[in-house]
Design a protein around this ligand. Sequence first.
Ligand code: ZN
Length: 291
Amino acid sequence: MIYVKRIECPEVLDLNVPESIASKEFQEVIEYFKDKDRDFKFKAYGKGNVKEKLAEMFNNKCAYCESKISPVSYGDIEHFRPKTAYHSKEGEVLTYPGYYWLAMDWNNLLLACEVCNRTFKKNKFPLVDENMRGKRHNSGVVEDAILIDPCNEDLDPQESIYFTEEGIVKYKDGEGNKGDRSIQIYGLYNPRLTDNRKTLAKELEDKKTQILGYIETISTLTSFPNLELLKEVIEINLRDLETVYISLKNSNLPSAPYLGMVRNLTSDFLGNYSSDIEELLSQYNVLTSKE
Ligand SMILES: [Zn+2]
């Protein structure tokens, strides 16, 4: 899980425009929930290009587990604060209504995979203090959510969770706190997900090992006096180094899966070696441009 900066609200959900689909639905729910607590058919959040905008914002990855959504599934528009009903944990009775006034609020929407959304998170929304829960649109309560909101610019998820070289997710901020509860409620520990991360973690380790091997070989070769004879083999090693180095850097692109883990496992390495590698590669460019 990583911090994702929220992009501009799609037109259909612009609550500053009184005629927008979201504004109209907002007015409807305020009326509806005056004397009812369930069975409203929320529609605005699924209109227009909302899902495309979420896919763009999250680079087509689940906001919680960072698995790629497509091509194998469609993904869900997920309400961080549940729209219909909520409880703080599995097995607890659901409370109605949910956060009906946020059902069409762009700032409450995320893109999630079916597994995170439908098997794990579902209607759970625990708070640090249950007495401080906003139960109506006008309650004016400032809630302290236990769950990590990936779009909260004040709390980078990576301050609460981290990943080991085996792809295992762990909390940083103590048992029962945001990291721990988010791992449990979003199902970030789920074995299939962990297996995927483990495979990627192994690939990253292999790439780091290969890069160190190439650097060592190149520095040994370039220490020999007659460089002209070794030029070809040095070039081969430099080219291979470049391929693996670019591939390791590409694992850090915003669109790459499990970026939270990738950052944990590669940022020190790239910080330590990038400038050396790039210097070596610029020598390679010098060598080839001479031809
Ligand atoms: Zn997911």
